[in-house]
Design a protein around this ligand. Structure first.
Ligand code: IYR
Length: 222
C-alpha cells in the first residue's frame, strides 16, 4: 500500500470577528435546522444534490477508507417502490413489532406508518455503509465514519435552504434490493430532501442546555 505524500497544511482562516462570535452565529444557524416530515414537490436540480454528497464526502473516516455510498433517487417509479416497501415494514413496526415503550416514546412526535414524504420530496438520498471494500479488504470504524458523513450532509442540506428527515425504516434491507446494492453495502439511513411544504409544522421540541450536555475539567480550576 502506497503512503500519502505530506503537504503543507492550509489552516482555516481565522474569523475577523473572533472565534466566539463566529461559532455562536454558526450554532444559532444550526439550531434552526429541524427534521421535517412535510415536503413540497418543488424540484431541486441534480447539481445541488451532487454538491451535498461531495460535502458529506469530506467527513473523516477510519484509515481514510471513505466507507460510504450515497444513492440519489429522483425517479418517481423508484420512489414509489421505496415508499411502498417502507410502508410495509413500518405498518408491521407500528402494529406490534415495536415494543410498547418504543411506541410510547414516539407518540409525542405523532409519527405513524404512512410515509408520503418518500414520494413528495423531489430527491431521496439513501446512505449505505460499506462494511468492507468491494474487493473484501477491511474498512474501519464504519458506523462512526458514516455517522459523521451524515452529520455533514444534514448541515449541508440546511445550508442550501433545503430540509430533510433522517428516516430509518426498520428493517431497511429492502433498500439494498430495490437499489441493487452489493452485499458489502448496508443501508444506513434514508434522507428525503426538498423544500418544506407550505404550512409545514414541527413538534415544539426543546434542546438540552449546555449544563445537561457537557462536562468540563478546566485548566486552572481548584
Ligand atoms: N422508523 C419509524 C419509527 C421511528 C423511530 C424513531 I427512534 C424515530 O425518532 C422516529 C420514527 C418511522 O420512521 O416512523
Amino acid at each position: 500500500m502506497e503512503s500519502f505524500s505530506h503537504i503543507p497544511f492550509q489552516a482555516p482562516p481565522r474569523p475577523e470577528e473572533g472565534p466566539l462570535e463566529a461559532v455562536r452565529d454558526f450554532r444559532q444557524w444550526l439550531d434552526k435546522r429541524r427534521s421535517l416530515r412535510f415536503f413540497s414537490s418543488e424540484p431541486v436540480e441534480r447539481a445541488v444534490i451532487e454538491e451535498l454528497i461531495l460535502a458529506a464526502g469530506t467527513a473523516p473516516s477510519g484509515a481514510h477508507k471513505q466507507p460510504w455510498t450515497f444513492v440519489a433517487v429522483s425517479d418517481p417509479h423508484l420512489k414509489t417502490r421505496i415508499r411502498e416497501a417502507a410502508e410495509t415494514e413500518e405498518r408491521a413496526f407500528y402494529a406490534g413489532r415495536a415494543s410498547e415503550s418504543w411506541l410510547r416514546d414516539l407518540a409525542p412526535l405523532g409519527t405513524d406508518w404512512q410515509k408520503p414524504f418518500l414520494e413528495d420530496a423531489p430527491w431521496l438520498i439513501v446512505v449505505f455503509r460499506q462494511a468492507h471494500a468491494p474487493d473484501g479488504s477491511k474498512h474501519y470504524y464504519t458506523q462512526e465514519s458514516v455517522g459523521m458523513a451524515c452529520g455533514l450532509l444534514i448541515a449541508a442540506i440546511h445550508k442550501a435552504g433545503l430540509v430533510t428527515l433522517t428516516h430509518t425504516p426498520s428493517p431497511m434491507q429492502f433498500l439494498s434490493e430495490v437499489l441493487g446494492r452489493p452485499a458489502n453495502e448496508k443501508p444506513y439511513v434514508l434522507l428525503p430532501i426538498g423544500y418544506p411544504a407550505p404550512q409545514a409544522t414541527v413538534p415544539d421540541l426543546v434542546r438540552k442546555p449546555l449544563d445537561e450536555l457537557a462536562v468540563f475539567f478546566e485548566a486552572g480550576a481548584q
